[in-house]
Design a protein around this ligand. Structure first.
Ligand code: FAD
Length: 405
């Protein structure tokens, strides 16, 4: 990025208008209605939309742009790294995007078969951090142990266990989960967890430093290889360091091949079934909710940029649910919603310094695993800012990998 003014002068929310990928949010001003809203206690819930404080810090040491889980975790770890005053600005309300609508699965093992080792390692580090934070905060995160069954993508030979994961035969699966439709085999992964993503956002927000909602970053001014001014709807800010955590990287300031990938989820009432384990199969997943209902779905609806729930997608999740758990075929739904994964062209996140800018970092494109990766990402960013050295565990998540393709 070269010196000079880089403004979105129409005052629009540039980061939500990603070239050809425009989501019409006009009917969806807040987070989607999910079962998660019942999770945070009222004081924490108020943290999600504090508005703009009268004494807004216009010269924070660290400015985090974007109040999803990645931005909030970055803010938390910047504070813990003693980087000075931290301010998070969010265009809407905290966790208004994918971070408030996600499934909340913290499941590194699900990625063992599909993602590179560096990704799985970062995911495992993050789950450990989740556990440490929850313990340190006396259970404030409400982390639940959530073992899962991974169902075969084909005949049983396609299921090869790895250390810590057990291969179960049909009888063992039936014994564990008698209400599940018969399956030939499954992998049992036990080192997994589950979190209410809205509760996570609220708990992080409490510890993130200053938080201002309803203000979008609309422009950046660069001088001498540094961001010297960030324009916002509430006036100019002059941060020492900037972390861009806007879901998709904010174009035109950071360029990479990226897109939004819609996903649908649904929640059900309790019913005449029992399911103790999460079940993850080729067509999506289903898992137990604390009150006895189920959480199902996690579709990938590529190319759909409408914020409206599509009945045919909900119907397909229900069909899949009925096939997995026949007693849940007619269960009543309590919630159905969709939201958008910020995704890069290779499905891996970006955690990097912005090229040409000595005081700006970006973390974007966390796709279907941003909740899981939030603590490890936040910790890596804070460590990099504090020491000037790229942490080894984020070596793979560069922007430059797209320049090579
Ligand atoms: C259906 C579905 C299920 C999922 N399930 C899981 C799961 O089980 N486990 C898991 O780990 N992950 C899951 N995910 C993925 C996860 O939700 C995302 O990876 C994660 O929320 C991304 O977080 P983020 O903070 O990067 O982005 P976001 O949540 O999109 O937050 C970015 C924020 O930046 C704000 N912003 C944008 N531009 C500006 C600007 N110019 N100025 C100020 N603010 C701005 C936005 O308003 C937004 O609030 C799921 C996603 C979907 C869609």
């Amino acid at each position: 990025m070269s010196d000079g003014e880089h403004h979105d002068d129409n005052g629009g929310m540039h980061a939500l208008d990603h070239g050809a990928v425009r989501v019409d949010w006009s009917h969806a001003k807040g987070a989607p209605a999910t079962p998660w809203a019942e999770g945070p206690d009222p004081a924490d819930r108020a943290m999600l939309d504090p508005g703009v404080p009268g004494d807004l810090d216009r010269r924070p040491d660290v400015l985090v742009v974007g109040g999803g889980v990645i931005g909030l975790a970055a803010a938390l770890f910047c504070r813990r790294a003693a980087l000075g005053r931290v301010l998070v600005i969010e265009a809407k309300r905290l966790a208004a995007g994918a971070s408030g609508g996600a499934g909340g699965a913290l499941a590194p093992d699900l990625h063992q078969l599909s993602d590179p080792p560096a990704f799985v390692q970062l995911a495992r580090t993050s789950l450990t951090l989740f556990r440490d934070l929850d313990q340190e905060w006396d259970g404030a995160l409400g982390l639940r142990w959530a073992p899962r069954l991974i169902l075969p993508d084909g005949p049983p030979p396609s299921l090869q266990p790895w250390p810590g994961v057990e291969l179960l035969g049909a009888d063992q699966v039936a014994e564990l989960e008698p209400d599940l439709a018969p399956v030939p085999a499954a992998l049992l992964t036990t080192d997994q967890a589950q979190v209410n993503p809205l509760r996570l956002a609220a708990v992080l927000a409490h510890r993130a430093g200053g938080v201002a909602t309803g203000i979008a970053m609309t422009g950046i001014q660069v001088a001498g290889g540094r961001i010297v001014r960030v324009r916002t709807a509430a006036g100019d800010l002059h941060p020492g360091t900037v972390v861009l955590a806007t879901g998709l990287a904010p174009e035109p300031w950071v360029q990479l091949p990226q897109r939004l990938v819609q996903g649908h989820l649904l929640a059900t009432e309790p019913g005449p079934f029992r399911l103790r384990l999460g079940v993850h199969g080729p067509g999506g997943g289903v898992g137990p909710l604390p009150g006895g209902g189920l959480l199902a779905g996690g579709t990938r609806d590529e190319g759909d940029h409408s914020p409206h729930v599509r009945p045919e997608v909900v119907a397909s999740i229900r069909r899949r649910l009925g096939a997995l758990l026949p007693a849940a075929r007619d269960v009543r739904l309590t919630h159905q919603w969709c939201c958008f994964r910020p995704a890069t062209a290779d499905g891996q996140p970006v955690i990097d310094q912005v090229p040409g800018l000595e005081n700006a970092w970006v973390s974007a494109g966390h796709d279907g695993t941003g909740i899981l990766l939030a603590p490890a990402t936040g910790q890596a960013l804070a460590s990099w800012i504090a020491t000037g050295n790229r942490p080894r565990q984020v070596n793979s998540f560069t922007l430059s990998r797209f320049a090579q393709t």
